[in-house]
Design a protein around this ligand. Structure first.
Ligand SMILES: Nc1nc2c(c(=O)[nH]1)N[C@H]1C(S)=C(S)[C@@H](COP(=O)(O)OP(=O)(O)OC[C@H]3O[C@@H](n4cnc5c(N)ncnc54)[C@H](O)[C@@H]3O)O[C@H]1N2
Ligand code: MOO
Ligand SMILES: [Mg+2]
Length: 426
């Protein structure tokens, strides 16, 4: 006797499928920028600014020499030539950080160094190599054999940055350039968004601690470590909880506790239709809201997101690549939004596929790939290797996700596709 198929009526199997874009907007519409804190500039790298910083002075704020040489008045040497050189009296020296004692008068020159303030009255700097000095220490004379243009080798006030210009926008991630600008404008303390604290929980009877020897049927918990790295990359503070077996009551207790204490909870495993897939049961029957539990994407189709007390629970797949992609699509943007980022969703670029893609699917697929520029500067992309949602090795190897739209035919080499660059390239 055959066993009747009962699963077609089981809600665990009949989930409402939504598109990636829909799912992202459902999550993002609930996320807002978190609290603010003040930190020393030294610690600001990688953080997201919580206030706009503008220049309070122009840069440079004084006329600055860009060469080692002599500050002169261009009008004094308009007639200078090889045959009829002009001589000027050298009155003093201006090193970086010092200023001339008085304005330059006609017929005078001042020895000046790169970066030093050009004296009043001077309107050009002549490079040292184009000059000859004569005379004694108290009677110095400068000989010039050709005219110069007014303004030569002088940085005018404000040429680089005007007063009041935007230096660091609120929500912007502080990188090396922002660090330099914040220092230039005297921001010893920086107002930044708090880093979200994220609890990470792996579920699965089969999971072993990293230090445990392998046993038949069991594997080490690698997803928690991957997720912790992804949380860090997204600016958050990961907190790895000890992994738990697939037990509903246990999972409920740990998650309810974690969601009280942390800004977000990310779990991995147990979101599919298996007998021990407890995250389905948990999010279907809890005091929180269930946003979705099926997304038209591969890997990561059973990705589930819920909200409780305004905090998100991201229940990602246990399959390592599905877990990785689920994080990139939903958790990273959410964490970035909590830190004030304005455009946190993954950025897409176009590239030409260098090899055919044969798998057909009704869902959009995010394939791990590697991109490069061809000889014309156009982006190309190829698969990073094995493209299974249970694979881990290609997470190491990929520097982008190739977005393959739903297909019913082989996608030939040469097709233009979207790619999502991942993290910093090696
Ligand atoms: N009959 C069906 N089976 C499955 C379906 C389906 O539609 N019908 N969906 C498949 C898809 S798609 C995915 S994705 C997975 C989702 O699996 P779960 O999220 O339920 O995850 P688990 O069942 O707990 O584990 C899956 C896989 O991942 C390994 N795993 C789990 N946690 C970790 C960890 N912390 N570190 C490393 N590896 C982990 C686990 O051992 C399993 O091999 O379901 C398909 N099945
Ligand atoms: O959605 Mo699953 O991740 O395709 O394998
Ligand atoms: Mg499962």
């Amino acid at each position: 006797m055959t066993k009747p198929n009962t699963y077609t009526s089981d809600p665990k199997f009949n989930r409402t499928i939504i598109s990636v874009q829909e799912a992202q907007s459902m999550v993002m519409s609930r996320m807002k920028a978190g609290g603010v804190e003040y930190i020393p500039l030294e610690e600001a790298y990688g953080r997201h600014a919580a206030a706009t910083v503008r220049s309070d002075v122009p840069v440079p704020h004084f006329r600055r020499s860009i060469m080692d040489g002599y500050a002169i008045r261009a009008a004094d040497i308009t007639q200078a030539s090889l045959e009829k050189p002009v001589r000027l009296r050298v009155t003093e020296e201006v090193a970086c950080g010092t200023v001339a004692s008085r304005a330059l008068l006609p017929g005078e020159a001042v020895r000046i160094m790169t970066g030093a303030q050009v004296p009043e009255g001077a309107d050009a700097v002549v490079k040292l190599e184009e000059t000859t000095e004569y005379g004694t220490a108290d009677q110095r004379e400068l000989e010039l054999q050709q005219p110069v243009r007014e303004g030569d080798n002088i940085l005018p006030v404000g040429i680089e940055i005007a007063q009041g210009e935007l230096m660091v926008g609120s929500g912007c991630r502080i990188g090396a350039g922002e660090m330099a600008l914040l220092a230039m404008f005297g921001c010893a303390t920086v107002q930044v968004h708090r880093r979200p604290r994220v609890a990470i929980l792996s579920t699965g009877h089969e999971l072993l601690d990293v230090s445990a020897p392998l046993e038949p049927g069991k594997i080490r918990n690698s997803n928690s470590f991957m997720l912790a790295a992804q949380v860090r990359e997204a600016g958050g503070i990961p907190h790895m909880l000890p992994h738990i077996p697939d037990e509903l009551e246990r999972a409920k207790a740990v998650i309810m506790e974690a969601i009280k204490e942390f800004d977000a909870v990310v779990t991995t495993g147990g979101v599919s239709v298996g007998d021990y897939d407890v995250m389905y049961d948990l999010t279907n029957n809890w005091s929180g809201e269930l946003l979705f539990n099926k997304v038209a994407m591969r890997p990561g189709s059973p990705t589930t997101v819920g909200f409780l007390h305004g905090k998100p629970l991201f229940a990602l797949s246990g399959n390592p690549s599905a877990c990785y992609v689920g994080f990139e699509m939903f958790v990273r943007p959410a964490l970035l939004r909590m830190q004030g980022a304005h455009e946190p969703l993954p950025h897409r670029m176009t590239a030409m596929l260098l090899e055919p893609f044969a798998k057909q699917d009704r869902f959009e697929r995010f394939v791990r790939g590697n991109y490069a520029a061809d000889e014309n500067g156009k982006l190309t992309v190829r698969l990073a290797g094995i493209d299974m949602s249970n694979a881990t090795i290609t997470i190491r190897d990929a520097d982008c996700l190739i977005c393959i739209p739903p297909t019913s035919a082989v996608m030939p080499a040469g097709t233009r596709v979207n790619i999502i660059p991942l993290r910093l390239r090696r």
